[in-house]
Design a binder for this molecule. Structure first.
Ligand code: VNL
Length: 389
């Protein structure tokens, strides 16, 4: 059904292109940026849109002789809307590249359209391992949960946290986080004290935190999606867990730079593993944080923002290599194997999996200049998605 509609739409689009002397249109490459701009995950949309705009402001709106036009659409975090928007953009608007995708269900919803229309789909946020396997035209510039969870699981067991209770959000990236934490934790000698999965909508962590406390673990491991860290830490503190001697370890999604400064000192000392910190020490990142703040009323860039910024870099570099040819197969060939310095550090696009390879840092929440930051104290370099062969 979808395929038939799509093909009919593409045929109409092709006929129209053939009829009109669309010189201007041929010199323009449209990118459809689909993001949750409203609702509980709006911060992810806001961060990525700001980063995409910053990249274009810094690098110009023309690449390889083509004008780049971004069309931003709000999918309101509803997968059916993502799918409809992706289809309309490809068929009606002549979009050559789809990008964005704030959460896993949204990225998965667009994948069949990318696959059938042979349109590159740049996943700038969503982090479930399987996503890249749903269309050969997907390239991911964010992260995978197995990358982060496997690093913190190994670190926990090797640093005196032998008994850990896991709490994750009950959807695909949470399941990935739980699985890969447990695997690397067990391999390094750790023992699980229990595990719980919390619904994603209006989450109430209190009963799960109680179960965790009752199990008397050395630490609690947490994955919550970006945007839900504040409610988790509030309930964690309300139950007195910050003073219980039970440590908190997490994927970096919990101590998201977008909201970390507002958490309060109860999260001081929380240890996380993640690909990006606004406090990352490099000239490139210093410039990025300054320019991002300047363009967005002091806003601090988070790990989602670099997925957007680097996604634009991958698009620009690929277009340079193809001399402005936006054919899906040509762009994919150009994107595979790209390596460059991101504000987060060195990254590359694995030619086989189309997933990002990057450094995963160990970070501790500390105060610097009166504000909370994820301060890096360790690094595992060249981390591929461990869930892929
Ligand atoms: C996902 C993964 C979403 C990690 C997140 O925040 C996150 C996802 C919105 O794959 O849906 O921090």
């Amino acid at each position: 059904m979808l395929r038939r509609e799509l093909l009919r739409g593409l045929a109409v689009a092709a006929a129209l292109t053939g009829m009109a002397p669309l010189a201007a249109a041929q010199d323009t490459i449209k990118i459809g940026l689909i993001l949750p701009m409203t609702g509980p995950f709006a911060s992810t949309g806001r961060q990525i849109e700001a980063a995409v705009k910053l990249y274009m402001a810094e690098n110009g709106a023309t690449v390889a002789g083509k004008k780049i036009e971004i069309i931003v659409k709000d999918d309101t975090n509803v997968a059916d809307v993502t799918k409809r928007l992706a289809q309309e953009m490809v068929v009606n608007d002549g979009v050559k590249i789809l990008a964005g995708f704030g959460l896993t269900p949204l990225a998965l919803a667009a994948a069949p359209i990318s696959a059938q229309a042979k349109v590159p789909q740049i996943v700038m946020a969503a982090g479930t391992s399987i996503i890249t396997e749903r269309s050969p035209y997907i390239v991911r510039t964010s992260f995978t949960l197995p990358q982060k969870a496997s690093v913190i699981g190994d670190w926990a067991a090797k640093n005196g946290l032998k008994k850990v209770f896991s709490i994750v959000t009950d959807f695909a990236p949470g399941h990935d986080a739980e699985k890969w934490f447990k695997e690397s934790f067990a391999k390094a000698g750790g023992v699980m004290a229990g595990e719980a999965r919390v619904p994603i909508a209006n989450p109430d962590f209190a009963p799960f935190l109680q179960r965790a406390a009752d199990a008397k673990p050395d630490a609690i491991f947490v994955f919550v999606p970006s945007g839900q860290g504040a409610i988790f830490t509030k309930q964690y503190v309300e139950r007195g867990l910050d003073r219980s001697g039970i440590k908190l370890v997490a994927t970096g999604d919990l101590t998201d730079d977008d909201i970390l400064a507002k958490y309060g000192d109860s999260v001081l000392g929380v240890i996380t593993a993640g690909p990006y910190s606004a406090a990352h020490l490099s000239a490139k990142n210093k410039a990025y944080v300054a320019a991002f703040g300047k363009a967005n009323a002091g806003m601090r860039p988070n790990f989602m923002s670099v997925g957007g910024y680097d996604g634009m870099h991958v698009i620009y570099e690929a277009l340079k290599k193809t001399n402005g040819n936006a054919d899906g197969d040509a762009l994919l060939a150009a994107m595979k194997g790209l390596a460059f310095e991101s504000p987060r550090g060195p990254v590359s696009i694995d030619a086989g999996t189309r997933d990002i390879t990057q450094t995963i840092y160990l970070r501790k929440v500390e105060k610097a200049d009166g504000e909370l930051y994820n301060v890096e104290f360790g690094a595992v370099e060249n981390v591929r998605d461990p869930a892929k062969p």
